[in-house]
Ligand binder design. Structure first.
Ligand code: 0RA
Length: 631
């Protein structure tokens, strides 16, 4: 390394600061690999960014030179060159040759960055084979050169200029870094991020090795950042932007939900991506969940009996950027990318609560769109939980068949049929009309349909789900076992009206989501009760469609004809039900294919996405869709 003479305790204490940096570079820049190398550029750029934050710098240019030196130019105030009163030498030298000297001059504005480890440009100076600094300040251009942290020339006053700014060129020391090749994309990505995080600041990057160049400037700041993250996604609303300043910190938050299910939340503290999160992120999460819960209750999208939305519900499809700037950041964690400052959390929470609520009070469509999504997510979570619980019960307890089930005598599943019937009265007729040797009947609660509660978990109560699963014998989800199926024919028998269509959709969605192999193996059927009874004298004919009705009328003639329209299964007596719908010799059934169930599931999901009023209309318009399945 630098030199190898023996040290004793006293000689260590007189070690120059920058010697320590060269001895243990990883302590200051994390590593001497690619990450550490690139950290050098970030360190210099961060100093320029501080000038921008102080309102004194509008552009930063970064150039990767052919010899793998890098030049960073800004139009800030320039590093002070006057004689430092305490040190008795140019302030520039103090900045370049003393650890942590970066912010010592500032009193008015707080310097927020100073790099990931807060070490300052002196570390870059120490780890560079050479560094050349050119400062425009106090009417002149000033120049000085350093080599491996030591000054190689005295500070020189050059040409006159009325401009201000700093230009720093440095070449990483190959004695420290085994590879000094810059990765253009790594630098480009970081500079783009910095441009997003510091709105209106122009940052350019040019690679002299390849002639590649880019310019980043985002007037929208983190709003543009979020829009960029949501590019190519369908968004639910305009970005929500919140900002606040206190004496010690300033906060910016931007939120925008998309139609997807993944969460993209980036948090930054002093422009550093806090991958491990920390106080600002915790505050953001908890207040977002709380505000959305409050709004959901206020708008009655969550009823009193409903549980609160949970963190995972509000995260689906959430894209957000949180950026906090604070004068004394405490970075913790494995990679020092977790913000520790305890005062940050309450600050973020109070700002978010107040400003988000205000925003939602103004933007009613936005809060509705968001709540629709998160409430759906909460219900899906609840439905999944119930299904899991039901399945667990089925597998853990010895099977007690549901009380409502009228089982058949047959024990061979291949010959057994289960009719799932809508309503008690139809259930009664079916029980009387069936062939009890091989047909079982499971009646479901009558008025099952309540459009305001059309989620799987709520429309089919826990009890009903449990009854179906226990009757089937298979379990659901992960613990599903087809070989335990007690009936090879599972037949849905519902009324030919809207409620019946809806129940069918619910059941198919249920089978699709939790017992899909039943559909894939062709075990699910839909019964086809007749729509009309046509009577003339002692002729009795059943019509299963309007078309068939017309044909029958043409066939037997219109005179003295009587047509009865069946609105529900309950209008048929047991004998009629058997004859028209249940007798294997004469009945017509639709076998449900996977695509049909998929359609049901899509329709169900769609239904969930529609408000209560339009929903009823939608169901009315689509009520017949399962009836018209192709076979
Ligand atoms: C110390 C004090 C001031 C500015 C800077 C350093 C400074 C450092 C760098 C590094 C790259 N570009 C930079 N620009 C400025 C404050 C100067 C003042 O108060 O006028």
């Amino acid at each position: 390394m630098v030199d190898n003479h023996q040290y004793n305790a006293s000689s260590i204490t007189v070690l120059e600061g920058l010697e320590a940096v060269r001895r243990r570079p990883a302590m200051y820049i994390g590593s001497t690999g690619e990450r550490g190398l690139h950290h050098l550029v970030y360190e210099v750029v961060d100093n320029s960014i501080d000038e921008a934050l102080a309102g004194c710098c509008s552009r930063i240019d970064v150039i990767i030179n052919r010899d793998n030196s890098v030049t960073v130019i800004d139009n800030g105030r320039g590093i002070p060159v006057d004689i430092h009163p305490k040190e008795g030498r140019p302030a520039l030298e103090v900045v370049m040759m003393t650890l942590h000297a970066g912010g010592k001059f500032d009193s008015g504005t707080y310097r927020v960055s100073g790099g990931l480890h807060g070490v300052g440009v002196s570390v870059v100076c120490a780890l560079s084979e050479w560094m050349e600094v050119e400062i425009k300040r106090d009417g002149y251009i000033w120049r000085q050169r350093y080599e491996r942290g030591k000054k190689a020339t005295e500070l020189e006053r050059g040409e006159e200029t009325s401009e201000t700014g700093t230009r720093i060129s440095f070449k990483p020391d190959e004695k420290i870094f085994n590879n000094i090749e810059w990765n253009y994309d790594v630098i480009s990505q970081r500079l783009r991020e910095l441009a997003y995080l510091n709105k209106g600041l122009l940052i350019s990057l040019k690679d002299e090795r390849t002639e590649k160049e880019e310019e980043f400037i985002f007037e929208g700041g983190i709003v543009a950042f979020v829009e960029g993250l949501n590019k190519n996604k369908r968004v639910l609303h305009n970005p929500i932007y919140i900002s606040a300043d206190s004496e010690k910190m300033s906060l910016e938050v931007c939120i925008q939900y998309n139609e997807g299910y993944t969460e993209t939340v980036l948090s930054f503290a002093n422009n550093i991506n806090t991958i491990e999160g920390g106080a600002h992120l915790v505050g953001f999460r908890s207040s977002l969940t709380r505000v959305l819960n409050e709004q959901a209750r206020a708008l009655k999208l969550l009823k009193e009996s409903d549980q609160n939305l949970e963190g995972e519900d509000v995260r689906e499809g959430l894209t957000a950027v949180i950026s906090i700037k604070i004068s004394n950041p405490e970075f913790e964690g494995q990679t020092k990318t977790k913000l520790g400052n305890p005062e940050v959390r309450p600050f973020v929470e109070s700002v978010m609560s107040e400003k988000l609520s205000e925003y939602f009070a103004r933007e009613k469509d936005t809060i509705r769109a968001i709540l629709q999504k998160v409430v759906t997510a909460a219900r899906a979570r609840e439905a999944a939980r119930k299904a899991r619980e039901a399945a667990r019960k089925v597998t853990s307890e010895s099977i007690t068949l549901p009380g409502k089930l009228a089982d058949c005598q047959e024990r061979d599943p291949r010959k057994s049929e289960l009719y799932i019937v809508e309503g008690q009265s139809a259930g009664g007729s079916a029980k009387q009309g069936r062939d009890r040797r091989f047909q079982a009947i499971l009646p479901l609660r009558g008025k099952i349909l309540n459009v305001e509660k059309s989620t799987l978990a709520r429309s089919l109560s826990n009890e009903e789900i449990l009854a179906i699963i226990t009757a089937l014998g298979t379990g659901v989800g992960d613990s599903f076992d087809l070989s335990k199926l007690r009936y090879h024919y599972v037949i849905i028998m519902t009324d030919a009206d809207i409620d019946g269509a809806h129940l069918r959709t619910l059941l198919l969605t249920f089978f699709y989501r939790y017992t899909r192999p039943l559909i894939e193996n062709g075990h699910i059927y839909i019964a086809q009760p007749p729509l009309y009874l046509v009577k003339k004298g002692n002729i009795e004919r059943y019509a299963y469609s309007d078309n068939e009705l017309r044909n029958i009328i043409t066939e037997i003639g219109e005179d003295g004809i009587m047509v009865q329209r069946y609105k529900g299964l309950g209008e048929m007596n047991p004998e009629q039900l058997w004859q028209t719908t249940m007798n294997p010799e004469t009945r017509v059934m639709l076998k449900v294919a996977l695509e049909d169930a998929e359609k049901a599931e899509t329709m169900f999901t769609l239904l969930m996405g529609i408000d209560v009023e339009p929903r009823r209309k939608f169901i009315e318009e689509h009520a017949t869709f399962v009836r018209n399945l192709d076979i």
